[in-house]
Each structure stands twice: as structure tokens, then as C-alpha cells.
Design a protein around this ligand. Structure first.
Ligand code: DAT
Ligand code: MG
Length: 155
């Protein structure tokens, strides 16, 4: 069943999240929900990485400004794992334009501009597969069990 799938998602806390000192509060929301951090790295994103990551948006009006923004200052790259993690993280993040994001979501609570929307999260398993290899080597993604897992999942 879709809801029971244990999956991984790629999350990037953008330069505004790092500069504004929001990384801890954002990560806490995912941890509070029961997601597990399996990789984490502070990165100065290169133009090459940014263009690869956001390749699907190449040619769009905002592409250049997005690449410029994401490379302007360090980002915090994460891989999170948990039940239905891709869809779940997108819900916790809120919709792309913070003016439409629900209060209670990360973007809804902490941002108000579509460019400065704090966070990226994979939108499907294929996007995850593409994005994760832009930022992490396979050895940097760890496989371990949280002692509390049995209290979060029935499995
Ligand atoms: P999301 O980040 O929710 O997956 P997306 O993939 O459609 O959204 O766009 C990637 C990023 O590009 C988004 O987080 C912010 C920027 N962006 C999207 N639409 C934009 C717009 N209309 N104007 C400026 N920036 C935009
Ligand atoms: Mg996207």
C-alpha cells in the first residue's frame, strides 16, 4: 500500500534558511514527525550542481534567478527516510508559493516570497534518484535503525 512505503527523499535547506538561522527549527519538524536523517551536509552549491538539480526548469523565466539564489550562500543538504517520505515532506513544507502555503507548514510559517521559500524537497521517486546523486555519494547515505522506530511504526 502506498502509505506503507518506506522511502527516501532529498531535502535542501536553501541559503535563506541557513542565513536566517532556521535550519534547526526546520529539521526539528521532520524529526518530530518521525522521519530519520540518513545524510546531512553543508554545501556551497556550484553552478553545475544547481543546473543539474533544477534541470527540469531550464528555459523557464525564473531558472536563472533560481540558480543564482541557490549558489549564493551555503545550503544544508539532507536525505530523510520514513513512511511515504516524499509526499509527507512536501506536505510539511507547504506549497511552492508561500503566499498560498497553509499556516503550520514550513513555508507557510516562515516565508512569504516564492524565491525565498526556504526549502526544496523531491516530488517523486524519479526526482529523488536524480537529485540525490547531484549532492551525495552512495557512501554518505547511512543505513541504521533508530531505537525509537518501534514506537513510531507498527511494523
Ligand atoms: P517546488 O520547490 O515546490 O518543488 P518548483 O519545482 O515548481 O517548486 O520550483 C522550483 C523552485 O523554483 C521553487 O522552489 C522556487 C522557484 N520558483 C518556482 N516558481 C517560481 C516563480 N513563478 N517565480 C520565481 N521563482 C519560482
Ligand atoms: Mg520542484
Amino acid at each position: 500500500m502506498d502509505n506503507d512505503r518506506k522511502e527516501k527523499t532529498f531535502i535542501l535547506l536553501k541559503p535563506d534558511a541557513v542565513q536566517r538561522g532556521l535550519t534547526g527549527r526546520i529539521i526539528a519538524r521532520f524529526e518530530d514527525k518521525g522521519l530519520k536523517i540518513i545524510a546531512a551536509k553543508l554545501v556551497q552549491v556550484t553552478r553545475e550542481q544547481a543546473e543539474k538539480h533544477y534541470g527540469v526548469h531550464k528555459g523557464k523565466r525564473f531558472f536563472e534567478s533560481l540558480v543564482e539564489f541557490i549558489t549564493s550562500s551555503p545550503c544544508l543538504a539532507l536525505v530523510l527516510e520514513g513512511r511515504n517520505a516524499i509526499k509527507l515532506c512536501r506536505r510539511i513544507m507547504g506549497s511552492t508559493d508561500p503566499m498560498d502555503s497553509e499556516p503550520g507548514t514550513i513555508r507557510g510559517d516562515f516565508s512569504l516570497d516564492v524565491k525565498h521559500n526556504l526549502i526544496h524537497g523531491s516530488d517523486c521517486p524519479d526526482s529523488y534518484a536524480h537529485e540525490v546523486q547531484v549532492y551525495f555519494t552512495p557512501e554518505e547515505i547511512l543505513n541504521y535503525r533508530l531505537e525509537l522506530e518501534g514506537w513510531i511504526y507498527y511494523a
